[in-house]
Each structure stands twice: as C-alpha cells, then as structure tokens.
Design a protein around this ligand. Structure first.
Ligand code: NDP
Length: 283
C-alpha cells in the first residue's frame, strides 16, 4: 500500500457506536474544505485495543477518536499526552505529531468553547452535576480556564470525591462536593449550572432532580446531552429566563478542535452542526 493513492485517514475506535453522528460531522468538514481525508468508524473490542492502535500506527493514520470504554485504556499505547488529557487521565482524540501518537481530550475543550460564546468563565462559580467522564473533562478545562469555584453535585460519592480532590490538588482550585439527595437547590451567587450527567439522553422528558425555583433569570444553564438537544432542563431553563446552551455545541466544537489537531485547518462549525442535526434527524 502506498500513501500516494490513499486519502489521509483518521478514525474512531469505539464499541457499539453505529450511526455515530461524529462520522457525518467530520466527513462533512473534510468535504466542505476540500480535504482529501476520510474518517472511518471501527468497532474495537477492549481486548483488541493494543492491536488496533498498532494497526493505526502501521497504516499511517493521522489520528483517531476513541470513545468508551477505550478513553483510559488507550493511554498505555500512546507516546505522550496533552496537558488536560494528562490531568484528567482520559483521551478521546489521538493526534499523530511527527512519528508520535499524542493523546488529547477535546470533550472539555469543546464544552468550554460553547460556554465562552455566552459566558467568560474566569472568576465564575459553577455547579456541575455529575462526576463521570464528561463532567471530569469539563471540570478540568474550567479550572484551566480560570473559574473561581466548582461545586460537584453527584449521586454517588466515590467519583465525585476523586474529582474534587483532583481539582484541589492538581489544579489548586476551590472545589467542594454536594451529595445529591432530593431536589438540589442551586446556591445564590452561582454563575453557571452544567448538567454533566447522562440524565436526559434519548429521553426528552427525563427530569433532573433540581429545585426549579433556583433556576433564576440570567443563570447560564448548559447541558451535555445532545440527543435530544432540547432536553427538559434546556426547555425549563429557557422558560425561566436562564441563558441555555445545548449539548450540540459541545459535540460540534469538540469535532472542530479534533479536525484542527489532525489537519491544521479550522473547519466551519455551521457545516458540522448541520451534519450532526441531519444524522440525528433533527433537520
Ligand atoms: P458516565 O457514565 O461516566 O457518568 C454518568 C454520570 O451521570 C455520573 O455522574 C452518574 O452518577 C450520573 N447519573 C446517571 N444517571 C443518573 C441518575 N439517574 N441520577 C443522578 N445521576 C445520574 O458518562 P459520561 O460522563 O461519559 O457521559 C455523560 C453524558 O454526557 C452522556 O449522556 C454522554 O452522551 C454525554 N456526552 C456528551 C458529549 C457532547 O459532546 N455533547 C461528549 C461526551 C459525553 P453516579 O456517579 O452517581 O453514577
């Protein structure tokens, strides 16, 4: 095989991610910008991850995304990590730089880009619902961007305490944990509320246990859920005069950053958002 006759390749290593809107989004960006690149989705079982990375290396892939359950396990097969990926200990985007495969995390960066369109995070107080992979990526990027304080609200204690400890010890951030029992009331003085849980995924009516009266006008309310994008939280926040940010912005922006890492070209986010909406049958 010679590279001369091939498009440059990037890919996605996932498990059970058929119909992934990311494929449509990245391919749309390549087509729109006349890039002779292809993005291919591959099912990789955990036991095959090492071979899959070796294969991507051998075949000259310019990089790849990885989704759960590979985000942590992939690290041992890479040559280095970007700053935030090293802090959070998870990689969703691998980039070939020279002959090295470097792990980055674009989930939190994509979220931050969406947030910054509405609110400058510097010096702000944030309530973050959830302590899983998405919440952890968001928390680390918010800390690196200079937020003042993060309260992590989570049902289970283990991962939440681990996240708060990481924020305090590795990032020297003021952070605390609030146990999630009953409807959580967002404290006065909070600038942004972020849903980083999976509540609402594929269920437009799923209710997040929140005291709705604490969704006050002007509060920024962001949701990681992109399917459906108009979650119950987003609808309720808008109805109460909050500034709402849906999860589509995060997925599009993490794709924008990935394409920039791989190709050096800054793609048009509008083209990518259109492709995601079509893949999710929203348009
Ligand atoms: P994880 O499984 O790692 O974490 C899930 C989190 O949701 C945990 O904090 C969990 O709490 C909490 N949770 C789940 N169900 C409930 C419930 N019924 N009540 C209270 N808390 C609950 O998932 P990820 O962090 O990887 O992903 C979270 C969501 O983010 C997913 O829906 C995913 O689709 C979305 N996402 C969106 C992206 C985008 O680009 N828009 C990018 C990445 C993810 P506990 O610890 O107590 O179990």
């Amino acid at each position: 095989m010679t590279r001369d006759f091939l498009h440059e390749l990037v890919g996605s290593m996932s498990q059970g991610a058929a119909g992934n809107p990311t494929v449509a989004m990245i391919e749309a960006a390549f087509a729109h910008h006349g890039l002779h690149w292809r993005y291919v989705n591959m099912e990789v079982a955990p036991a095959d991850l090492a071979d899959a990375v070796r294969g991507a290396r051998a075949m000259g892939f310019r990089g790849f995304n990885c989704s759960m359950p590979h985000k942590v396990a992939v690290i041992q097969h890479l040559d280095g990590l970007g700053e935030s990926a090293a802090i959070m200990g998870a990689v969703n985007c691998v980039v070939r730089r020279g002959d090295q495969l470097i792990g980055e995390n674009t989930d939190g960066k994509g979220f931050l880009k969406s947030l910054c369109e509405v609110l400058d995070p510097r010096g702000k107080s944030v309530v973050l619902l959830g302590a899983g992979g998405a919440a952890r990526a968001i928390a680390v990027e918010l800390a690196l961007a200079g937020v003042k304080h993060i309260t992590v609200v989570n049902r289970g204690e283990g991962r939440a305490i681990e996240l708060v400890t990481l924020l305090r010890e590795k990032l020297k951030l003021s952070a605390d944990f609030a146990a999630w029992t009953g409807d959580y009331a967002i404290p006065a003085g909070t600038d942004a509320l972020i849903n980083g849980t999976s509540i609402g995924l594929y269920d437009a009516d799923a209710r997040i246990p929140l005291d709705a009266s604490s969704l006050t006008p002007g509060l920024v309310v962001a949701d990681v859920i992109f399917s459906p994008p108009r979650t119950r939280l987003i609808r309720e926040a808008e109805a109460r005069g909050c500034r709402a940010i849906d999860g589509l912005g995060m997925i599009v922006n993490q794709g924008v950053i990935s394409v920039e890492y791989w190709t050096g070209v800054t793609p048009d986010p509008a083209v990518m958002r259109c492709a995601v909406e079509a893949a999710l049958r929203l348009s």
